[in-house]
Design a protein around this ligand. Structure first.
Ligand code: ZN
Length: 502
């Protein structure tokens, strides 16, 4: 009798939740797709889910789409909405009876009630489908990986690069390893070693200490065929969760003790290199001076590190705008600012009219609004599609958006929602020609470099807000980690997860 094709359920639930952003993230903030629409949209996007679908499509597999739920990083997710999503995924898994489940999750989602949302989701899913159905998860490397997550799944791996240039490869691996489990060639045993520290800087993987630790991981993988994957999780810094730390997660084919050794060595490497995890950022004045003095390399793209929407900050900082207004050098800039109230005022005024109002500073604790007078030159729904490569092809929304020009030189992109700004499509959708600007601002620290490529020269700027960690700047009640707390050598906590043995 011909063996029937394996049936694999796919889904994505993606949110990075900043516990210091006071505004919860609600259903309206998410892009939701399901069924065939999910398959068509996700198949070609720059996402882990795309990698999963592309890999499964190469094999004789029935792909069963459940749902895709994605929002920009922001405040904690409304718990009632999370429960709805969780129930939907679980009811699909029960109804469809898949042979395996492949998921893209972020891994640093928290709700207004539950700290470890992915752990809760995966434990619920495992309980619903039973012990035998393989579950594979592709995470962001900024995930906060927990025991609850690893106890519930068989495969748990991250992309390796920051900026995340390899999310598709991560998804391909998740799918391939699930198929290997189904054909009996992989018996996954995972080791995780965690050390209670965060990276205060040097968070990119192509250079510096992270490059060295990844090189170590690559050597270990090459030397031992039983090691199928080493994922190094640089935990999201803006969640006040227990047990946060740098996590080395080693997936082996039935070689737990080897995995344990490698995981522990890598976790220790983070500690040994800790003094080098520091950034060299420019002050706002230094960044604008650099722009003003430059005779080439325009436009410059200024990363507003403190107010990074890509780290869950509200995007409502006026710090760079205020500094640019104070200067007399006539720099031409474009600056996104989240402010639904100011957007309403601009829409009431209409295109071509002058508005005087206060903008920004309404959400982030400690920020203030800034009074401006400018001309409304464009109004839109704020819907656009990311150009990528990171998240390319994904629909996104800034909410209603108004473009206001001050002094014929500074364009303020006022958005009703905290918006992704790490992509040229944000500015193109508002009719802004970046080449005509001296500088523009993005609320991103890393991924914008991928998406703007050679179109602009990046400058990383030290700005206030809840999207950049400096010691003592954020009030952690539960999380305990270096450098915020103890500075003595912390213990490395190593655990092994062997679901087949349990
Ligand atoms: Zn990330």
């Amino acid at each position: 009798m011909k063996k029937s094709a394996p049936r694999i359920l796919v889904a994505r639930i993606w949110h990075e939740s900043n516990g210091f952003n006071p505004q919860p993230t609600s259903a309206a903030d998410f892009q939701i797709s399901e069924g065939d629409e999910l398959l068509t949209a996700a198949a070609t996007s720059g996402s882990t889910l795309a990698g999963i679908i592309q890999q499964l499509s190469k094999e004789q597999v029935d792909i069963l789409p459940s749902l895709s739920v994605v929002a920009p990083p922001s405040g904690l997710v409304d718990h009632a909405f999370f429960l709805k999503v969780k129930e939907r995924l679980i009811s699909d898994a029960i109804a469809l009876k898949p042979d395996a489940i492949a998921l893209e999750l972020h891994g640093a989602m928290g709700t207004t009630l539950v700290e470890d949302a992915e752990g809760d989701l995966l434990a619920g899913l495992r309980a619903a489908v039973g012990e035998k159905v393989p579950i594979g998860v592709g995470l962001d490397l900024h995930a906060h990986v927990t025991d609850a997550m690893l106890a519930a799944v068989d495969i748990c791996i991250a992309c390796k690069e920051n900026p995340h240039s390899d999310v598709i490869e991560c998804g391909e691996k998740v799918a391939a390893y699930l198929l290997a489990m189904l054909n009996g060639s992989l018996r996954p045993v995972t080791a995780m070693a965690k050390i209670p520290m965060i990276l205060p800087g040097a968070a990119e993987t192509a250079t510096g200490p992270l490059r060295e630790i990844h090189d170590q991981a690559r050597v270990a993988t090459k030397e031992c065929p039983a090691i199928w994957d080493v994922s190094l999780f640089n935990v999201f810094r803006y969640a006040d969760d227990e047990d946060i730390g740098q996590a080395a997660v080693v997936l082996t084919n039935d070689a737990g003790s080897k995995g344990e050794l490698v995981a522990e060595t890598l976790a220790r490497a983070f500690w040994e290199k800790r003094a080098r995890f520091a950034d060299d950022l420019l002050s706002i004045g230094e960044a604008l001076d650099t722009v003003a003095a430059a005779t080439s390399h325009r436009p410059f793209v200024l990363a507003d590190m403190g107010d990074r929407v890509l780290a869950g900050a509200p995007g409502d900082s006026t710090a760079i705008l205020e500094a640019a207004l104070r200067r007399r050098d006539g720099l031409r800039g474009a600056i996104p600012i989240t402010d639904p109230h100011a957007v309403d005022i601009a829409f009431e005024a209409g295109v071509g009219n002058i508005v005087s109002c206060a903008v920004g500073g309404r959400i982030t604790p400690g920020f203030n609004s800034l009074p401006i007078t400018g001309k409304v030159i464009h109004l839109s729904s704020g819907d656009f599609t990311l150009a990528g490569p990171f998240q390319g092809g994904e629909p996104s929304s800034m909410g209603r958006t108004a473009l206001v020009e001050i002094d014929n030189r500074l364009l303020i992109v006022l958005t009703a929602k905290a918006a992704f700004s790490h992509d040229p499509a944000v500015f193109a959708s508002q009719g802004i020609e970046l080449a005509s600007r001296d500088f523009f601002v993005v609320k991103s620290g890393y991924h914008f470099k991928l998406n703007f490529g050679a179109a602009a020269t990046p400058l990383l700027v030290r700005t206030p807000g809840v999207g950049y960690y400096t010691k003592g700047s954020l009030f952690y009640r539960k999380a305990r980690f270096w450098p915020e707390h103890d500075t003595v050598a912390p213990a490395v906590n190593v655990r092994i997860f062997d679901r087949a043995a349990s």
